[in-house]
Design a protein around this ligand. Structure first.
Ligand code: HEC
Length: 129
């Protein structure tokens, strides 16, 4: 019984290495990024003037490793863009997070990154494989 529960837990928990967004979704995210985020974080996500941090690379990833996709989604949604927090539809934040995962080298899969928090909380951000 215990082994069964353990096994189910393992199946339920996915990580950024298990294909948790689609290419199409990341493409939508890339478009929104260009419209709403690039002016601060830079077209190449390397950060910009006024203290906007890079959204790719070791430093960014190490800050989020061990947290959940829900943490990144909610953190971004509640504070970004800084001049209009929570100003975009939830779906757009999900697409943006998918784009960030792609930009950080995580693999795409055949299911979209969800936009509801309980599901996002099931996805752990881990080091790249
Ligand atoms: C007006 C400038 C500005 C815009 C536009 C903006 N950001 Fe930011 N962003 C910042 C600043 C400054 C920080 C760092 C301070 C903070 O976290 O509030 C930040 C932090 C972040 C972080 C946390 C970075 C980390 O290392 O943990 C994420 C993720 C993020 N932004 C994503 C986005 C996304 C996605 C958009 C587009 C919807 C966006 N930002 C639009 C200025 C901006």
């Amino acid at each position: 019984m215990r082994a069964l529960i353990l096994c189910l837990t393992v199946i339920a928990e996915s990580t950024t290495n298990s294909g948790i967004y689609t290419k199409e979704q990341a493409l939508r995210g890339e478009r929104s990024y260009g419209e709403s985020c690039a002016r601060c974080h830079g077209a190449n996500l390397m950060g910009g003037e006024g203290g906007s941090p890079a959204l790719t690379g070791e430093e960014f990833l190490s800050r989020w490793t061990g947290k959940s996709a829900g943490d990144l989604f909610e953190g971004t949604r509640k504070t970004m863009p800084t001049d209009d927090p929570a100003g975009l539809p939830r779906q757009q934040y999900a697409d943006l997070v998918a784009y960030l995962f792609q930009a950080n080298g995580f693999p795409a899969g055949d299911r979209e990154l969800p936009r509801d928090l309980p599901a996002l909380n099931q996805i752990r951000i881990e080091k790249k494989k």
